[in-house]
Write a protein that binds this ligand. Structure first.
Ligand SMILES: [Zn+2]
Length: 244
């Protein structure tokens, strides 16, 4: 199926996390979209001026990796947490309830914004005590948390580099994720190119756990989680204005 105009350049496999040709490796294990590198570097440099070592905890994630994360949660191998950080007793849940409790923090494989390479989870190791294990929980980024300074800086400055928070607030779908930032010039193209039929086909062919409950509820999942992201504020500078 042909897509139109500017989204022509996006390979459908890239939306699903099944293509890695667009990636630039920041380190051995962390990759981002090549077209985001300059904006990201400029933001890192600016944060350093404020003694914040802006670092990626999680960048690009492939379909297969997201599938493994999903299946580990669905099978009970990895604990599932609620928004307060408490462990959910998954054995007592129906498949539908289990699916929703996973979707609070983990996207469906094929529907994660981390597939695109332009969405990243960030932290600042220099603000954490030695040996501290990052949990990626909201309290760590709150005013009382160790990453409060990073959060405040991002809220004040990230937009100047084209970044915004798609999970700034809980809207009934994905939990509030103050660590997740998105590079709007690229992310808006991927978001527009998202194709639910392609996702359904891909999941049908995969070995995802909970397949039938997922496929049956896919329209609802798209409405409540995939498309239910916070709008980018108008002060986020668009690609045409970025000088990086
Ligand atoms: Zn994230």
């Amino acid at each position: 199926m042909q897509k139109t105009n500017h989204i022509n350049s996006i390979n459908p496999a890239q939306i699903l996390g099944q293509d890695e040709k667009h990636l630039y490796y920041v380190s051995e294990r962390v990759a981002i979209h090549q077209a985001m590198k300059n904006a990201f570097d400029a933001m890192v440099y600016a944060a350093k001026d404020h003694n914040i070592e802006l670092t990626i905890a999680s960048g690009f994630r492939s379909f297969d990796r997201q599938l493994m994360l999903w299946n580990n949660k669905f099978s009970g191998k990895t604990p599932i947490k609620d928004s307060a950080g408490n462990i959910v007793t998954s054995a007592e849940l129906s498949p539908l309830e289990l699916m929703h409790s996973i979707l609070l923090y983990s996207a469906l494989p094929g529907a994660s914004r981390h597939h695109w390479g332009c969405d990243i989870d960030v932290y600042a190791p220099n603000l954490l005590a030695q040996g501290y294990q990052l949990q990626l929980e909201p309290w760590e980024y709150s005013e009382q948390g160790p990453l409060a300074k990073l959060s405040a800086w991002l809220i004040q400055h990230a937009h100047k580099f084209g970044f915004y928070f798609p999970y700034a607030n809980f809207q009934g779908g994905v939990a509030k994720e103050p660590w997740h930032i998105s590079y709007l010039p690229l992310a808006q193209q991927y978001q527009q190119a998202f194709d639910i039929d392609l996702l359904a086909q891909t999941l049908s062919r995969s070995c995802i756990l909970g397949k039938s409950v997922i496929i049956e509820n896919l329209d609802d999942i798209a409405k409540r989680y995939i498309n239910n992201v916070c709008a980018a504020p108008t002060n986020v500078i668009l690609a045409k204005d970025l000088e990086y």
